[in-house]
Design a protein. Structure first.
Length: 622
């Protein structure tokens, strides 16, 4: 017992802590609010019933997102430990669960910084007299040859005469263009007509691709003809952007929460300034109302679609960054009596608000772009990198002062992405420092090693075929595997440790709640949340599809590699659990019971519930 107390004191005596409680809240907000709020949620809302999707989203937020979010904060704050040490002491059989989170957050940190490097690339490319991504007069742009796609530039099209259209790097009469495609002629600049007097939009007649799409695919990424068997050459410009991104990230986390907490004031709050400017600008443009109506108009019939509910559950889970160990890590630096229940409510509410708010900036601009191009909003709506690096830049080109808006937009994306990275690096360093406390004396060097390692792992994604590695990691890391990690976390707390015991720990940290609130948390942790996670996992498995990127289906061996990556995130749970069983330190239910080392951080207070490792798992009741 004395040895355990000594180890606990070593683990906690030199641990850092937040200088102010608000730094923890802002760090959680910066971690949760990221690029997905801008480029994923608005599109999901539009594709899954508009305003009706918000109903499913908020239901899943209350039944799954917030309960797991709070659960992880309480584990971290109560124990004052990172995920590896916390779960090992909570239930010895789960000694590998923290390592599962470590593998996930490491891989996510590696590929997520590549996205940030893309934003840095665009940010610097915006400091020019004419935005390069709007031009078709580059070596990498396509021309029409044997039916291939032609590059289309809105900037160049504006220079053409009223009845001309920019096509194949020149201005061509629309009438001539329509006839070359076997139509009778042109009604105006936007329609070709056939012999039966039917009209077809010009954009459906000509085979064109946006200049912004070619810029991103062929210049920034350097894909061109690259595939899994021909990775192409490295983009030194992208390599430099990746290096710069990691240098900035390292400087922000060099002293752990002491520096990242200060950086969070800017990374968590400043994006709202630019986002508000984009919302205002987007809403006053011609066609913006059409885009916003597409975004928010409810399609109530879609509430009967199981896929809509599964999408809402998935978005809720992924948007908060749960099951990656980062939230447990951030909360472990709190003071013992911090009200993390209040913090959880604030962060989840702010995250949901940001997602909805960003949708007005996105769809206001998409409505404007659709109006400018003479196409329906459906034709320009995308999610993911395609929205941020192709469609939105295309809309920016058509704005007054496009250079200013380009700089502002990509700077916002950079800050949003950077703020989400802090917690990932903290989680890895926390695990190492908790495991080997003496490394805390060399925190700056340890953090440097982590950043350098992640940077080196990301270098292959700077090659022409690097986007395929990126896609493989994105599809198989922060996806189905973390659903199972989240399920294990919730089951460990609610079914093994016990909801009563867990709520008693919360009460010992001065977090009080009424009877209704207790029923709500108990129902979620014990029943609703775990079974919802299993349902979403089953749905994802039943809708499994081959990994692909822009129509290119990955080879079977690449798909198998992706599955191995996903499985590797779960492997530590079984490996370390098996090792623990082999050593046979415990027996029976003791493997699922908290050890004598599971106690309040720093011994500042004692739990009101005495833990007896000899007792059976307590029944879950209120």
């Amino acid at each position: 017992m004395q040895a355990a107390d000594k180890e606990s004191k070593i683990l906690t005596s030199e641990r850092s802590s937040w200088d102010k409680p608000v730094e923890f809240v802002l760090s959680c907000l910066g971690y949760a609010v990221g690029l997905g709020n801008v480029w994923r949620f608005p599109y999901l809302c539009y594709r899954n019933g508009g305003g009706a999707f918000l109903v499913t989203y908020f239901i899943m937020l209350f039944l799954m997102g917030m309960p797991i979010f709070l659960l992880e904060l309480v584990i971290g704050q109560y124990s004052g430990l990172g995920p590896e040490q916390a779960f090992t002491k909570l239930a010895p059989i789960l000694s590998g669960l923290g390592y599962c989170s470590l593998v996930v957050i490491t891989l996510v940190t590696v590929y997520y910084m590549v996205i940030i490097a893309w934003t840095v690339f665009y940010f610097f490319a915006s400091f020019t007299s004419e935005l390069g991504y709007g031009s078709c007069h580059n070596d990498f742009n396509t021309i029409v040859f044997s039916g291939l796609v032609s590059c289309f530039s809105a900037t160049e099209d504006d220079k053409c005469k009223p009845m001309e259209l920019y096509y194949n790097k020149t201005c061509m009469l629309v009438d001539v263009l329509c006839k070359s495609k076997h139509y009778e002629g042109a009604l105006n600049k936007t329609f070709c007509y056939a012999t039966d007097e039917s009209a077809v939009p010009v954009y459906k007649v000509v085979n064109r691709t946006l200049a912004t799409a070619e810029y991103f695919r062929d210049y920034v990424l350097g894909v061109r003809d690259a595939d899994w068997y021909n990775f192409g050459s490295i983009s030194w410009a992208l390599f430099g952007c990746l290096l710069l991104s990691w240098i900035i990230g390292y400087l922000c986390v060099i002293r752990g929460v002491k520096t990242s907490g200060k950086a969070a004031y800017f990374t968590a709050l400043f994006p709202y300034v630019i986002l508000t400017a984009l919302v205002v600008q987007g809403c006053i443009l011609e066609g913006a109302v059409d885009g916003i109506l597409v975004y928010i108009t409810p399609k109530w019939g879609m509430l009967l679609d199981v896929d809509v509910w599964a999408q809402a559950a998935s978005q809720t889970f992924y948007s908060f960054g749960i099951s990656c160990g980062s939230l447990i890590t951030l909360a472990s630096y709190n003071t013992f009596n911090n009200n993390c229940l209040k913090d959880a409510i604030i962060v989840t509410a702010a995250n949901a608000f940001t997602s909805i708010y960003a949708g007005f900036a996105i769809f206001g601009m998409l409505g404007f772009l659709a109006k400018q191009m003479g196409v329906p909003v459906d034709a320009v709506a995308q999610d993911g990198p395609g929205l941020a690096f192709v469609i939105y830049p295309e809309a920016i080109l058509r704005l007054p002062a496009p250079i200013f808006w380009s700089i502002a937009f990509f700077f916002m994306l950079f800050i949003l992405g950077l703020g989400s990275q802090f917690a990932g690096v903290e989680a890895v360093s926390c695990l190492i420092m908790d495991k080997w406390p003496k490394t805390r004396h060399y925190q700056a060097y340890l953090t440097l090693g982590i950043c350098l390692g992640c940077f080196l792992l990301a270098i292959p994604m700077c090659f022409g075929g690097g986007v395929y590695i990126f896609t493989l990691l994105e599809w198989n890391t922060a996806s189905w595997a973390i659903l199972l990690i989240g399920f294990t976390e919730v089951v460990a707390v609610s079914w093994c440790y016990g909801c009563h015991r867990f709520m008693d720990n919360m009460a010992s940290m001065d977090m009080t709640m009424g009877k209704v609130a207790k029923w709500y948390w108990w129902a979620c942790w014990a029943v609703i949340t775990p079974f919802t996670l299993l349902g979403v996992f089953a749905f994802q498995m039943s809708n499994f599809s081959r990994t692909s990127y822009e129509g290119y289906d990955f080879p079977i061996w690449a798909d198998m590699l992706g599955w191995m990556i996903g499985i590797s995130t779960l492997a530590p749970l079984f490996i370390f659990g098996g090792i623990s069983l082999w050593h046979g330190k415990y027996s029976g239910w003791k493997w699922f019971q908290p050890t004598s080392e599971w106690k309040p951080q720093n011994g500042k207070t004692e739990s009101r519930l005495t833990l007896d490792n000899n007792q059976l798992i307590e029944s879950i009741h209120i």
